[in-house]
Design a protein around this ligand. Structure first.
Ligand SMILES: CC(C)(COP(=O)(O)OP(=O)(O)OC[C@H]1O[C@@H](n2cnc3c(N)ncnc32)[C@H](O)[C@@H]1OP(=O)(O)O)[C@@H](O)C(=O)NCCC(=O)NCCS
Length: 161
């Protein structure tokens, strides 16, 4: 993701998230190059999805994942997550975590495919809607076993070549 992508990213963000991030927040994240990774997916040159994470002492915190509503359900989210996990591993992450709305079962199924497991609930985590946040973790992503899992997912996605 480049600064020039942020206008499109926040247009998608406002459509798909009840509590969208601002452009200023994305720009601040992009400025933190040492500890942040932000990716976009393009279709015909247009940004149609994005994903980001924060990397701190061996842990990757996935901060965002979104796909334009017109493009959802075509494995763009899965491909973004694959790339993000790959980059986090390359940067030395050994564990990854995220929060997801308890009612967002599509996203949870996607994360489970990548080995994320639920470990707890943050009550009322999403202030605007009062929804609970499900905390998910995947450990040992630096292991050969997890590498094999990613390769298997890559085969299904035609990713990683
Ligand atoms: C959640 C979101 C990012 C997913 O991206 P997407 O491109 O629409 O989803 P994908 O086509 O990659 O599919 C996700 C799927 O992985 C699937 N999956 C899980 N295991 C799988 C497997 N073994 N093989 C194939 N697919 C599998 C899930 O089933 C889910 O699809 P389903 O709803 O049809 O069951 C997107 O829908 C979105 O932006 N939603 C609104 C914002 C949001 O909720 N973001 C996440 C916040 S934490």
């Amino acid at each position: 993701m480049r600064r020039g992508d942020v206008a499109t990213v926040i247009a998608i963000e406002r459509d798909i998230f009840p509590e969208p991030w601002s452009a200023a927040l994305y720009l601040a994240e992009l400025a933190g190059r040492a500890t942040r990774r932000y990716l976009v997916a393009r279709a015909g040159g247009e940004v149609v999805g994005y994903a980001g994470c924060m990397l701190i002492v061996g842990e990757g915190h996935i901060t965002t994942l979104g796909v334009d509503s017109a493009w959802q359900g075509r494995r763009i989210g899965a491909r973004l997550l694959w790339r993000l996990v790959d980059e986090a591993r390359a940067a030395g992450a050994t564990a990854l975590t995220l929060e997801v709305r308890v009612l967002n079962t599509t996203a949870q199924r996607l994360y489970q495919w990548f080995g994320f497991a639920p470990v707890g609930i943050r009550r009322g985590y999403y202030a605007q809607t009062g929804e609970d946040g499900l905390i998910m973790w995947v450990h040992d992503v630096d292991s050969a076993l997890y590498g094999a899992r990613l390769e298997e997912i890559a085969r299904e996605l035609g990713e990683g070549g």
